[in-house]
Design a protein around this ligand. Structure first.
Ligand SMILES: Cc1cc2nc3c(=O)[nH]c(=O)nc-3n(C[C@H](O)[C@H](O)[C@H](O)COP(=O)(O)O)c2cc1C
Ligand SMILES: [Mn+2]
Length: 508
């Protein structure tokens, strides 16, 4: 029986002064130590079976799973790595995801120094920022084995996730490209359907940065190529960075450096003029032809439905490099919630301070799992002027990937948007539907199967704030029912005499 020789890292991860995880196996060791990982030594088929097991484990709040003997491959497979709040916190080395938000807030606060002293005080922050830039190294574990001629994707246990999937899909690739105009790097997670041993699909959706690089390169020479490198499996912050909705031309690996508080080490590709994370488990190098498309999908997607076939570019592999004993990192998407819910939740929390910087009236936002991120955003605002809720809807529809949001519900600051019962209750009480619903048009998520055309559709904003006289609402607005504190205190005092179990007060 094949037993994967896990090299346990010597670096310590203590609560204070933690070192960044160097690589995926470093994090695997941590997960194992924390009881957050189970090894499966039985042979299991990457065709559907691993998906079914991972789905069950995820729904039961189970651990990350390391399949040591995926059928047909000598490479072990890790899934469900960040599929819980605790593992996400462990991955980002925080006790609470809001600590990352706090660090970002700290950065933002230092952005506009007033006087000379403020500027001097800012220097350490700037130095800290500078210290996150990716660092180039000469030798790298991801190059322990280099295949330039004899390579095949068949060596990896790539999943077929759901019955109607068109084939096997690489689901957690860090797809690296360079903007041909500005030469800036982009990293995005775009699934890759395996067509054969050396070709895959490249499912960068229309509005994503990889697709923009493709279009810009094509505008220069429609018969040319764009170089692409793909890293699979790295330290958790680097893996997460590939999904972050940060502005174009901002390097996701720089952001990964910020998250892990240590730069990501990069090494030159063998056959492409791109750098790849030195500590990656597996690297695929190659190119996408600018005049080639091929049918991609169907694929059981994070909407909980199959995304239909579509025409997408094709990735041709020129070289595969990997560690001596690589681990294949993957994830599945499907009926919510899945592992990607925790990723989306981290994104929501991490970027809230950035939203608040631009729109300080935003108190909190939430995206329920069943809203699969782009279908529903609930926003609480401190309303200050007539039409304020409408202004925030328009702001969100113009904010990066929040452009995809199909339904935005804006509520007053005193509604807890994390409490969906409270939102349904108060938002529905606050609307006169014909008056308070606004329709808009804009870019739609490529995965939205209900929009009238792919990538373009309508949006709905619901102004569920209290209506003001200055908005033409002249009836009185009632108060919410709240028991007075004096009565509550008195009832607390006499409670023991009632002979009832301890029923708590209604939280306020
Ligand atoms: C598991 C998973 C799979 C994803 N698959 C795709 C995909 O196939 N195509 C795509 O455009 N975005 C996909 N995404 C979302 C992108 O990774 C995300 O929008 C990211 O911000 C894109 O990077 P970019 O802004 O640099 O383009 C996926 C996200 C996750 C978590
Ligand atoms: Mn990007």
């Amino acid at each position: 029986m094949l037993k994967w020789p896990l090299v346990r890292s010597t670096s310590a991860h203590t609560e204070a002064g933690a070192l960044a995880y160097k690589n995926l196996r470093d994090f695997i060791a941590k997960l194992e130590k924390e009881g957050e990982l189970r090894r499966i030594s039985a042979e299991v088929d990457p065709i559907l079976e691993i998906s079914e097991i991972a789905d069950r484990a995820n729904r039961a709040g189970g651990p990350a799973l390391l399949f040591e003997r995926p059928k047909g491959s000598k490479v072990p497979l890790l899934i469900n790595m960040l599929g819980s709040e605790r593992r996400m916190n462990l991955g980002l080395e925080v006790g609470d995801i809001n600590e990352v938000a706090e660090r970002i807030r700290g950065m933002i606060d230092f952005q506009s120094p007033q006087g000379i002293f403020e500027k001097i005080k800012m220097l350490p922050k700037l130095a800290e920022l500078g210290s996150f830039f990716p660092k180039t190294v000469r030798s790298a574990p991801c190059k322990e084995v280099i295949h330039k001629d004899d390579f095949s994707l068949a060596q990896f246990p790539i999943l077929k996730c759901w019955p109607q999937d068109a084939g096997r899909f690489i689901t957690w690739p860090l797809v690296i490209t360079r903007n041909p105009e500005t030469t800036k790097r982009n990293v995005g997670v775009y699934r890759m359907q395996v067509y054969d041993d050396r070709t895959t699909g490249m499912h960068w959706q229309t509005q994503k940065h990889g697709a923009e690089h493709f279009r810009r390169a094509r505008a220069r020479n429609k018969d040319g190529r764009i170089e692409v490198a793909v890293a699979i499996g790295a330290d958790p912050a680097t893996c997460l960075a590939g999904i972050l909705p940060i502005p174009p031309d901002l390097d996701e690996f720089m952001f990964a450096g910020f998250l892990r508080r240590e730069p990501v080490e990069m090494v030159a590709g063998e056959t492409v003029d791109l750098e790849v994370p030195a500590n990656a488990e597996i690297v695929l190098e190659g190119y996408v032809k600018l005049n080639e498309k091929r049918t991609e999908g169907p694929f059981g997607d994070h909407t909980g439905f199959y995304s239909l076939e579509g025409e997408f570019p094709v990735f041709h592999i020129t070289c595969i490099t990997h560690r001596k004993d690589p681990v294949y990192l993957t994830t599945i998407v499907g009926p919510p919630p899945q592992e990607d819910y925790w990723m989306g939740h981290a994104v929501e929390r991490i970027f809230l301070p950035v939203m608040k910087m631009q729109y300080p009236e935003i108190v909190d936002v939430s995206m329920p799992a069943e809203g699969i991120f782009h279908n529903l955003m609930i926003v609480a605002i401190r309303k200050s002027y007539p039409g304020h809720a409408r202004k925030i809807m328009n702001a969100i529809w113009s904010l990066g990937q929040a452009m995809f949001t199909k339904v935005i519900v804006v509520v007053d600051h005193d509604v807890d948007v994390q409490n969906y019962r409270e939102v349904v209750w108060k938002a529905l009480c606050a609307i006169d539907p014909e008056r308070d619903v606004q329709f808009n048009f804009g870019p739609a998520d490529t995965l939205d199967h209900a929009s009238r055309i792919q990538d373009f559709g309508s949006k709905m904003g619901v102004d569920a704030t209290r209506k003001w006289p200055s908005e033409g609402f002249t009836r009185p607005w009632p108060d919410e029912i709240v028991m007075d504190a004096q009565t509550c205190d008195h009832v607390d005092a006499i409670w023991n005499s009632l002979g009832l179990p301890k029923y708590p007060r209604r939280p306020r």
